[in-house]
Design a protein around this ligand. Structure first.
Ligand code: NAG
Ligand code: NAG
Ligand code: NAG
Length: 575
């Protein structure tokens, strides 16, 4: 009995050992038939590696912008456009101080005030169609009026009773005073809300980080060959004076991307791309005081007097004197909420897709390609959750990363999602799935049954704006090529939205970065007649808290906008 047992044990040991040897020798072929086990093995291996071997982080010279000047040299026209765009988004900074301001000298929402100005005729009677003007005066923590501009303010006019809300246009008078302008779009109660997102002094810090610290989010790649694996740091730009680099500059677009070369492996053994982490200690203790939740990040400014008005029925339009348009067109509200439903103000009439059958009917015979960050992945997720026939096809992609695909074979609908290329900050994207949107667009046939949805913003905020401009330039070129060869293709862009901010999030992803990126996005696609779903105003005008991934009610309104572009209301025939 005992001998038998040890015999079996020996045989078992032999089998186990030979199995292991087989596994190790054939690790490449094994991958094909037993993907899961092997990838688990590698995941384990890379986890062990990343936990044991600290990533060798580069030392950047924080005295100039690296990333902006890498990549292909822009043509003279492109340089001209770039200069125009940088001018267009120029933000007033605090005047140069001989000594940097102390916290007490910076903008304090608690000491600041706003007031509703009387109408042009000096009264307090407003009608639908009028413009409401609010004056904001900023003060510092001592209570002294600020003498310069550059604070980042958000303003909203809303009515909880009516589920109504509209974004205000904020005008900086650069002397401590700001105006917020609102079109009056509904009858009944309305109240004003003003928030300081960041003081001008905090914006100066954010701007410096954007120009000088593109390394504050870092990336990594795993390299592997046989049993050997190494992980190194990657980024849009890396100082080349420290270690040899692998150059992954894209052949078609010239978009730069680099990793440090692994010590024992060659550059073509890169198997994935992932977010590495966020650098800490980016700002001094003194600067940190400018980013305090509840003190000077997204804090309400109080009204002097009432913040409420009652809007009366529209007057007869005889004296059409007040122009509804604020100075800059881009400030104008693009829509508003009424009964919690978004009503766009432009050419488009929104349709409501309350039933899944209506969505399926609209998307019938369409191929919908969504490209970008997680905020458009949310749209993919909304659609597959809302339309039961739209079944996700299991591509065995990593969770939250993709690519994803869903099919409704009854209505002949194909829905796809793919993330944008580096600097995507997803957990782990396989090298083979790491693609630039412009290259993907070049691979589309397009046509009247093709819909393309783009969302490119959240992962660019840690880089100088030139990096974003360059990326959009490549995508815009590919969109133009697509529309030229396949007229009738619908391209829709989802803009940036507001998000919840604390000190940490502010330094990497502040709404101020998104605001600037949004302005660039709108300006660069303006002439192309490409609809933009205004996620910014849709999150600003809504009463729910700001969230990087807006809540379902807002996503529903965004999807209604998207589908209204895909399936516009049929025009009634004119008599
Ligand atoms: C930045 O600093 C590094 C090291 O301090 C120096 O070698 C380099 O020349 C500087 N670059 C510029 C553009 O000033
Ligand atoms: C990386 O490759 C691109 C394209 O081949 C080239 O233009 C660029 O100069 C290279 N970068 C470096 C740092 O060598
Ligand atoms: C869709 O739902 C909204 C809000 O519940 C409602 O106001 C609207 O009338 C509905 N529209 C259609 C077409 O069902």
């Amino acid at each position: 009995m005992c001998r038998n047992l040890s015999k079996y044990a020996l045989i078992f040991l032999f089998l186990a050992l030979s199995g292991l040897i087989f596994l190790l020798r054939n690790i490449h072929t094994v991958e094909n038939w037993n993907c899961h086990t092997v990838s688990t093995l590698y995941q384990l291996q890379s986890r062990i590696q990343s936990s044991l071997v600290p990533l060798n982080l580069p030392t950047f010279h924080h005295n100039r912008t690296f990333c902006a000047h890498l990549g292909q040299k822009p043509s003279p026209e492109e340089e001209l456009e770039e200069r125009y765009l940088l001018d267009f988004i120029a933000w007033p900074g605090p005047p140069p101080h001989s000594t940097p301001p102390t916290l007490l000298q910076t903008s304090d929402p608690v000491h600041s005030l706003f007031a509703i100005l009387p109408t042009k005729k000096g009264g307090r009677e407003w009608h639908v169609g009028d413009q409401l003007e609010v004056l904001i005066q900023m003060h510092d923590f001592h209570g002294r009026p600020k003498r310069y501009g550059g604070d980042f303010l958000l303003a909203r006019l809303h009515s909880p009773e009516l589920g109504a809300g509209v974004a205000g246009s904020v005008v900086d008078h650069r002397n401590g005073f700001y105006s917020a302008l609102f079109p009056l779009l509904w009858m009944g109660p309305a109240q004003v809300e003003v928030k300081l997102v960041h003081s001008s002094e905090a914006i100066a810090v954010l701007r410096r980080l954007r120009e000088e610290r593109p390394d504050r989010v870092f990336f990594k790649s795993l390299f592997r060959q046989g049993f050997m694996s190494e992980t190194t740091v990657c980024n849009m730009c890396l100082p080349s004076d420290q270690q040899p680099l692998c150059n992954y500059t894209d052949l078609y677009t010239g978009e730069p991307w680099y990793c440090y070369k692994p010590k024992r492996l060659s550059c073509d053994t890169r198997v994935n791309h992932a977010k590495g982490g966020y650098l800490k200690h980016l700002i001094t203790n003194k600067e940190a005081l400018l980013f305090q939740s509840g003190v000077n990040i997204k804090v309400h400014i109080q009204p002097s007097g009432s913040n409420k008005i009652t809007v009366l029925a529209p007057k007869d339009k005889v004296e059409e004197e007040s122009s509804m348009k604020p100075e800059t067109f881009d400030l104008a509200p693009s829509g508003y909420y009424y009964e919690d439903s978004w009503r766009p103000l432009g050419q488009i009439k929104i349709r409501r897709f309350n039933q899944s059958s209506a969505v399926a009917q609209c998307l019938k015979n369409k191929v919908i390609n969504m490209y970008g960050d997680s905020t458009v992945r949310q749209w993919f997720e909304y659609l597959i959750a809302f339309v039961p026939e739209l079944k996700e096809f299991n591509l065995h992609s990593p969770k939250n990363v993709g690519p994803f695909m869903a099919v409704d074979s009854t209505h002949n609908i194909l829905l796809r999602y793919r993330c944008h290329g580096p600097p995507i900050r997803f957990s782990t994207v396989t090298s083979s799935e790491l693609r630039y949107i412009s290259n993907e667009l070049d691979g589309l046939a397009g046509g009247p049954n093709t819909v393309v949805v783009l969302s490119i913003w959240a992962h660019f905020s840690t880089f100088p704006v030139e990096v974003y401009i360059r990326r959009l330039r490549h995508i815009r070129r590919a969109v133009v090529r697509l529309l030229d060869r396949a007229p009738g293709t619908l391209v829709v862009i989802r803009s940036a939205n507001l998000q919840a901010l604390d000190q940490e999030v502010s330094l990497y992803n502040s709404d101020w970065y998104s605001l600037q990126i949004n302005k660039v996005l709108r300006a660069m696609f303006k002439g192309l007649n490409i609809p933009v779903v205004d996620a910014w105003q849709m999150s600003l005008a809504h009463h729910l808290p700001h969230d990087l991934h807006p809540p379902p009610v807002i996503v529903k309104n965004m999807i209604d906008m998207l589908l209204s572009y895909v399936c516009p209301e049929k025009k009634k025939r004119q008599k």
